[in-house]
Ligand binder design. Structure first.
Ligand code: WTA
Length: 635
């Protein structure tokens, strides 16, 4: 028997040692014992980080939805698979059993097929957190179509870029979405995006808000009538382990978003294994991850990981502040949540509010608390531990990325002693390394460096859709023979890891990755703007907020500055979405540049963070005089 479920710290070490001594054996055992395959693999792993090429379970045949649905029917068919908690607490929650979910997925799979979707076709999903979202992912997986979920907070321009990049034939959306007291016109955003997407043949529209929308003849169809008419069964198509499962876009430090492509077999094995261990899920538990399925956290730890374990997974449509700041705790009490997984930014926002919002509720059902998406500061960690976990629930600070598919560094609850702000130790099979700027590994403890991973794990992304060279350049070129994460980390005296943040031009705002380049490109579209530079600065709720330095064109100089600021944020909202809006905008006469013309962001970051004691050497700058002006006028 493989050690699928780690139960104490000693066992963790044992399993970990075994897993890194022979990763292939380790993952083979896990894959063998805990999943259904139509055919076993010919080889467990083939890899070459220099190409880079990574293949797990080559030659194996399976369908991930047989693992997430069919195999549970005889043993837990009437167990709740998805527990849907609507935006409005007055609307009744829905308990969708494994049997019902299976049927919904089969019907949807038939609808996809009837509308011309074949294996390998891309389907973009732009939906709010309603059950149809999870169902549409699984329906794609059932027929071998590649889903690409676009977070329903992205603008029409961002949506169009993603649709065109993956050349999707179909978009699945809804008439509208609820977010707290607001109703958002999702279909309108899709219509606008599709003006720029000639390749989309069909749009399926789920009904949620009953808003008035326009349906384009020959292209748009209401989803429900099609589902009602469809056959209630669909035998899963048999896929190769290395066939693509999905594409999910993430921001890069330059240029357009990167479509990270994940494949079926390895992703399934790794997300299921880590779900089970990191949350110590047991059959009768109710698990809730508050992320949106538009992000990797939702893919891996709302949909695939939990369902592959036959878990009850909550889908929450709303926001933490609606109808008031007690909503999370109301839902925890109402559904007797056992594992609760959220983002530091949500914790910080709630910690600012009156404690009564928490103490009013009975949270004794909670066993494990998790965080993800950005470093958690000590204060937020303690608030979470003291008031939510009542000092009885281990906190798993889980570090991972869209690219990694699953959690790579995290405590195992009830095994690994936790330490505030530390993601602690690698999961079995994960071999982290800290590297210095010259590409040398830094051995030993009490050191810091750039975080790399030395050996492949089953759920690593296999490529960037349509741009393998960029995949190589971004992740496998900085440090030879290693996967480079883009994060900095330190290793303490006992070997625990603490992630210190990005070392590239990606800024994490409220847990969302934002590349500086796409925001700058958006701002520069404004007719009055000549040039701009975006940096992050510390923010007590968002973790980081955005600070923009903007040079105006001659024609913009006489314009009203407050209006210009509003317009700049409007341009950003249109190009990317409201999450990328700037908190501060400073108009500057120039930007500090090196002699080769590169903007010295390090200096701008220090000024934005009000950390101007030691700006370092500015004498090599082309224009050192602008630094004084920028400092004097900084916000
Ligand atoms: C950051 C989210 C510190 C990190 C799953 C990473 C974290 C980026 C943590 C990936 C954590 C994620 N502690 N930083 N526990 N988790 N990050 O792709 O910088 O949205 O590289 O995946 O978030 O963000 P992504």
């Amino acid at each position: 028997m493989s050690n699928y479920h780690i139960k104490n710290f000693e066992e963790y070490y044992q399993v970990y040692r075994k897993s890194v001594r022979n990763p292939e054996n380790f993952w083979e055992e896990v894959a063998e014992e805990h999943f259904v395959w139509r055919k076993k693999w010919d080889s467990v792993l083939e890899w070459d980080f220099s190409k880079p090429e990574i293949k797990w379970f080559q030659g194996a045949k399976l369908n991930i939805t047989e693992n997430c649905l069919d195999r549970h029917l005889p043993v837990r068919g009437d167990k709740t698979a998805i527990l849907f908690e609507p935006n409005d607490p007055k609307e009744e929650a829905q308990h969708i059993t494994y049997k019902q979910l299976h049927e919904k997925v089969c019907r949807f799979a038939n609808v996809l097929k009837d509308n011309g979707i074949e294996k390998g076709d891309r389907v973009v999903i732009y939906l709010p957190m309603i059950p149809e979202l999870a169902v549409s992912l699984l329906a794609c997986a059932r027929i071998g179509a590649i889903h690409s979920v676009v977070f329903a907070g992205f603008s029409s321009t961002a949506l169009a870029t993603r649709i065109n990049d993956c050349k999707a034939k179909m978009v699945v959306t809804s008439d509208g979405s609820y977010r707290g007291a607001k109703t958002i016109d999702l279909k309108g955003i899709v219509d606008e995006a599709l003006e720029k997407c000639p390749g989309v043949e069909t749009v399926l529209v789920a009904k949620r808000t009953k808003s008035k929308i326009t349906m384009k003849e020959g292209r748009d169809q209401w989803l429900q009538p099609l589902l009602d008419k469809a056959y209630a069964d669909y035998t899963a198509d048999i896929m190769d382990a290395e066939d693509p499962l999905f594409i999910l876009y993430t921001s890069g430090s330059t240029g357009k978003p990167k479509g990270m492509m994940h494949t079926i077999g390895g992703y399934m094995v790794y997300t299921a294994y880590t779900f089970k261990n990191v949350f110590q899920y047991r059959e009768e538990d109710v698990y809730w991850c508050t992320a949106d399925i538009g992000w990797i956290t939702g893919h891996s730890y709302i949909v695939y990981g939990p369902l592959a374990n036959g878990a009850t997974t909550v889908m929450f449509e709303g926001v933490p502040s609606y109808p008031d700041f007690g909503r999370f705790w109301d839902v925890v009490q109402k559904h007797k949540i056992n594992q609760f997984y959220t983002a530091p930014t949500a914790i910080r926002a709630l910690a600012k509010e009156n404690l009564d919002f928490v103490t009013e509720y009975d949270l004794s059902c909670l066993k494990v608390l998790g965080t993800v998406g950005e470093p958690i500061n000590e204060e937020a960690w303690h608030w979470y531990n003291d008031h939510v976990g009542e000092k009885k629930c281990p906190i798993v600070d889980t570090w991972w990325q869209t690219e990694t598919g699953g959690i790579l560094i995290s405590p195992i609850p009830f095994s690994t002693p936790t330490k505030p702000t530390y993601a602690t130790l690698p999961m079995p099979g994960i071999q982290p390394a800290l590297m210095d700027e010259n590409g040398k590994e830094i051995k030993g403890n009490q050191v810091d460096g750039r975080l790399c991973i030395k050996f492949p794990w089953p759920s690593i992304a296999r490529t960037i859709w349509g741009d393998h060279q960029r995949y190589k350049d971004t992740y496998f070129s900085a440090f030879k023979g290693m996967y480079f994460t883009g994060d900095g980390a330190l290793r303490d005296e006992v070997g625990y890891y603490r992630i210190t943040g990005r070392v590239d031009d990606v800024i994490i705002v409220s847990g969302h990755n934002l590349g500086t380049a796409p925001i700058e490109d958006a701002i520069n579209e404004h007719p009055a703007v000549a040039e701009s530079a975006i940096v992050g600065f510390p923010h007590d709720v968002k973790g980081n907020a955005l600070y923009g330095y903007v040079i105006l064109k001659e024609t913009g100089q006489s314009r009203d500055r407050d209006n210009l600021k509003k317009e700049i944020n409007q341009v950003i909202t249109e190009h990317i979405g409201p999450i990328a809006k700037l908190d501060k905008i400073q108009f500057v006469p120039g930007l500090p540049k090196t002699r080769s013309g590169k903007i010295m962001r390090r200096i701008l970051r220090k000024i934005a963070s009000k950390d101007t004691g030691n700006l370092g050497d500015t004498s090599t700058l082309l224009n050192p005089e602008v630094v004084d002006i920028i400092m004097r006028e900084s916000l």
